[in-house]
Design a protein around this ligand. Structure first.
Ligand SMILES: Nc1ncnc2c1ncn2[C@@H]1O[C@H](COP(=O)(O)OP(=O)(O)OP(=O)(O)O)[C@@H](O)[C@H]1O
Ligand SMILES: [Mg+2]
Length: 159
């Protein structure tokens, strides 16, 4: 089973649809970490995840919410740790406790001490140009490998 997949997104909609597609395969306890610079598309991807889970309310961006909870087919917890100034603050949030009854999606995970389960799907976003983003998806265990396998079942669609 593969543990790495690289996908180029050509538009915000494309990134959203990649998130939607991943959402179809998510199970309770899955953890998705979104890494990359400001404006890389992490929130756009998280919005796609939420849409794919059937969440009807909008996913906020980081200015307002440190941890958002959304109800769809599964619960989705969306954490944005950009504003944390000390890794201990993230530990105090007890993020790992949110993993069991839903899916945990984290932007800026590197702001936190590594409290996340070992088996997580890590998606690194690179800004290639104004509209092009490279997503490198890495699986670190059987659970996240299963997610990658589900993604690879059908060809990634273009926008
Ligand atoms: N291919 C693409 N995929 C995603 N976003 C894109 C793409 N091309 C352009 N964009 C634009 O880049 C921006 C991405 O914003 P987004 O809030 O998702 O970034 P982010 O990685 O969450 O940043 P932050 O670290 O500030 O939270 C949006 O304005 C979006 O329209
Ligand atoms: Mg964001």
């Amino acid at each position: 089973m593969r543990d790495c997949l690289i996908v180029d997104s050509h538009s915000p909609n494309h990134t959203r649809r990649l998130g939607q597609r991943l959402a179809k395969a998510l199970k309770p306890g899955d953890v998705v970490l979104l890494s990359g610079p400001l404006g890389a598309g992490k929130t756009v991807f998280a919005q796609g995840l939420a849409r794919g889970l059937g969440v009807t309310s909008g996913v906020s961006s980081k200015s307002f919410v440190l941890l958002g909870e959304y109800q769809g087919r599964l619960k989705m917890y969306h954490a944005d740790l950009y504003r944390l100034t000390h890794p201990q603050e993230a530990a105090d949030l007890g993020l790992e406790d949110y993993c069991s009854d839903g899916v945990l999606v984290v932007e800026w995970p590197e702001r936190a001490l590594d409290v996340f389960p070992q088996d997580r799907l890590v998606i690194s976003f690179e800004v290639m140009d104004e509209r092009r983003r490279r997503l490198t998806l890495k699986a670190t265990g059987p659970r996240s490998k299963r997610l990658l396998a589900a993604l690879c079942e059908k060809k990634w669609s273009s926008p």
